[in-house]
Design a protein around this ligand. Structure first.
Ligand SMILES: O=C(O)c1cc(=O)[nH]c(=O)n1[C@@H]1O[C@H](COP(=O)(O)O)[C@@H](O)[C@H]1O
Length: 235
């Protein structure tokens, strides 16, 4: 999949996971496995997903001292996942350590999972950035700065809002991946997300992949919504 629509499998029980996946039939999907599912079900669920032919973005957002992150990534590299992430706020040394861990843990002849860094969560807006986190630069500047740190560390790309994609692609190059959550159709409930765009906007802004959770998973007909959003995304 060149421009995947990744479905956020934010479920905390194996039955909910199975029920949701059944609604998509046999189609191979790009699934984002989040913390609640991984903490509940662990590695065995990833193996099930892989057997069913799905691609996996394991979204654990590592953020710790470089040594711990490196050792953890070495383990995650053995799970057959396609993508994994860290928080760019951990800094260049931590991101380099994450990459080293992944490289060391990837078996010869296998492909290293892509490593991307969260710049600023899409649930953060400018006011929170300034007043709560005491980061006084603009959102665009901060996100771009973190993207540059991730690129300097050798990562494959970043997680950001689609709103920041043109800036990142202009400064970091078009091959630097931008994976963008915070996706909603026009009338969807926004919930805790702040920097939100539609799939159509994400495509026109140049996102390489979109991550969609509740708009699909909480809809009455997840398959229909998935197909509609995928068509709007242009895939
Ligand atoms: O790393 C992520 O996937 C992520 C980063 C970010 O900045 N914002 C964000 O929403 N996410 C994830 O993307 C998904 C979005 O879910 P919905 O808001 O339900 O579409 C969730 O699983 C989040 O954990």
């Amino acid at each position: 999949m060149q421009h995947p629509l990744m479905i956020a499998l934010d479920v905390d029980h194996p039955e909910k996971r199975k029920q949701l996946l059944e609604s998509f039939g046999e189609e191979p999907l790009f699934l984002k496995v989040g913390m609640e599912m991984f903490y509940r079900e662990g590695i065995s669920a990833l193996e099930e997903l892989k057997k069913a032919g799905h691609s996996i973005f394991l979204d654990l957002k590592l953020h710790d001292i470089p040594n711990t992150v490196k050792r953890s990534m070495k383990v995650l590299a053995t799970l057959g996942i396609d993508m994994v992430n860290v928080h760019a706020a951990g800094g260049i040394k931590m991101m380099k350590a994450a990459l080293e861990g992944l490289e060391e843990g990837t078996a010869p002849g296998r492909q290293r999972p892509k490593l991307i860094a969260v710049t600023q969560l899409t649930s953060t807006d400018s006011s929170m950035l300034e007043n709560e986190l005491l980061i006084t630069q603009s959102m665009d500047k901060v996100v771009l700065h973190y993207a540059k740190l991730a690129q300097e560390a050798g990562l494959d790309g970043v997680v950001c809002s689609a709103k920041e994609v043109p800036l990142i692609h202009a400064e970091c190059g078009k091959t630097f991946l931008t994976v963008t959550p915070g996706i909603r159709q026009e009338n969807d409930a926004v919930g805790d997300q702040k920097r939100v765009v539609t799939p159509q906007m994400a495509r026109s802004l140049g996102s390489d992949a979109i991550v969609v959770g509740r708009s699909i998973t909480a809809s009455e007909n997840p398959l229909q919504t998935y197909r509609m959003m995928k068509a709007n995304w242009g895939e």
